[in-house]
Design a protein around this ligand. Sequence first.
Ligand SMILES: NC(=O)C1=CN([C@@H]2O[C@H](COP(=O)(O)OP(=O)(O)OC[C@H]3O[C@@H](n4cnc5c(N)ncnc54)[C@H](OP(=O)(O)O)[C@@H]3O)[C@@H](O)[C@H]2O)C=CC1
Ligand SMILES: C[C@H]1O[C@H](OP(=O)(O)OP(=O)(O)OC[C@H]2O[C@@H](n3cnc4c(=O)[nH]c(N)nc43)[C@H](O)[C@@H]2O)[C@@H](O)[C@@H](O)C1=O
Length: 316
Amino acid sequence: MKGKSVYVAGHRGMVGGALLRRLAQEDAKLVTTSRSEVDLCNQAAVFDWFAKTRPQVIFLAAAKVGGIVANNTLRAEFIYDNIAIAANVIHAAHLNGAEKLMFLGSSCIYPKLAAQPLREDSMLTGPLEPTNEPYAIAKIAGIKMAEAYRSQYGSDFVSVMPTNLYGPGDNYHPEYSHVVAALIRRFHEAKLSGAANVVVWGTGTPRREFLYVDDMADACVHLMKTYSSAELVNVGTGEDITIAEFARVVAAAVGYRGEISFDTSRPDGTPRKLLDISRLDKLGWRAKTSLEDGIRRAYTAYLAESQAKGLSQPHA
Ligand SMILES: NC(=O)C1=CN([C@@H]2O[C@H](COP(=O)(O)OP(=O)(O)OC[C@H]3O[C@@H](n4cnc5c(N)ncnc54)[C@H](OP(=O)(O)O)[C@@H]3O)[C@@H](O)[C@H]2O)C=CC1
Ligand SMILES: C[C@H]1O[C@H](OP(=O)(O)OP(=O)(O)OC[C@H]2O[C@@H](n3cnc4c(=O)[nH]c(N)nc43)[C@H](O)[C@@H]2O)[C@@H](O)[C@@H](O)C1=O
């Protein structure tokens, strides 16, 4: 990456923001463009911008992203936007001679009931989790594009599969966020209002693996520098926790001392989604941030971000 022009697609998002923080340590020329300048779903706009800019290295971290309810409700947007973004950016990278591209998939691409921990070769071996099937199909299309351009044109395009991510820059929408941001906000607001009970969605029994977003960015940069193959690489911590246990971790970090109950009318989603990280381990990378530390940092970031937006703050 030294001295190269490096494009982070999705730089205003959670992962894109973490990539910019991490790439500031590299001797690279960073290139970004916002959605108002280039809508990545618009093929002509993407092709024009690539022809003018010709980035050499690309992190494709732009996508339509959200938690279980967003995925399950905005099903058309999740499949259309994510197929369009992947198709436009990957093809434009090819047309303009990009040297390397990293596509960010998701642990959602693995079959709902695949053996745990989820190995990279379990993709396309069984039915997907219905709540996020449109998103997963679009992500699988992106992976298959990267693979096809490598096999037909020799393009150095790689795909990484992040587990559930969290940290600064997350989306705190009450319905459409992922569980980490949702619970940070809900426990914080309950602490402020003195509420006796906080409701957590589902049964509390699903298990999830959580990776702090700055660790994700570090893994992406490590793999961008050292990895070149058609094989996917899972990026996670190798450890998971039930949603009920996780809710207690968040409550402790926020300082909420009331009760926690479960709304079983809300979807659980995949029962378990633990990544097999042995390939990543062999490639010389391990996560550094513990869940407790990461959640404390994410809560600090939430307070700073909500203060910047003029939202509710803790009592002194
Ligand atoms: N968050 C998670 O838990 C996980 C994320 N991933 C993947 O990691 C990547 C990054 O996710 P994350 O950072 O969390 O998502 P965010 O929603 O935080 O960021 C997505 C970024 O993509 C941009 N974007 C979306 N659509 C368009 C468009 N049509 N044109 C231009 N820009 C667009 C957004 O722009 P704008 O700021 O204008 O909205 C935003 O900057 C994605 O590929 C996601 O699928 C994978 C697994 C887990
Ligand atoms: C990263 C991954 O994220 C999505 O999949 P998911 O893992 O199911 O994501 P989630 O964070 O929304 O939920 C995790 C678990 O947590 C429970 N849960 C409890 N209480 C709340 C809650 O308040 N909000 C949310 N969202 N979930 C809650 C919820 O019921 C579920 O059991 C994909 O659609 C896809 O986008 C993708 O790539």
